[in-house]
Design a binder for this molecule. Sequence first.
Ligand code: ZN
Length: 104
Amino acid sequence: MLVTSWDVFDSHRRANDMTDHTPQKRCTQCGESKSITAEYYTRTKSTRDGFHTQCKVCKQANNRAWRAANTTRSMRAAVKHTLNALREEKRTVRSGAPLTEKAS
Ligand SMILES: [Zn+2]
C-alpha cells in the first residue's frame, strides 16, 4: 500500500521534472518565456517548431481585437444598409404621397 502510493508520488514528481525541462520560447508580443507546449502556444505549420511566435494569451487578445474591429466594420455596413433602406422607403413614400399631400 505504502509502496504503491510512493510510486504514484514518484511518477508525478518525474512528470513534473519533465515539464520543467520543456524548451522555453519567448513570445514576440509580450516577451514572456513560456514552455513550447500546446498549453502556452497554438500550433501552426508556418513556423519551424510548429508553434506560433506569439503565446496563446496574446493570440487570443489579438483575435479579440480583430473580432472587435470586424464587428465595428460589419456594424457600419449594417447601419449603411439600414440608411439605404430608409432612403428607399422615403423615396417610395414621396413618389406615392404627393397627390394626397397636395389634396389635404
Ligand atoms: Zn505573449
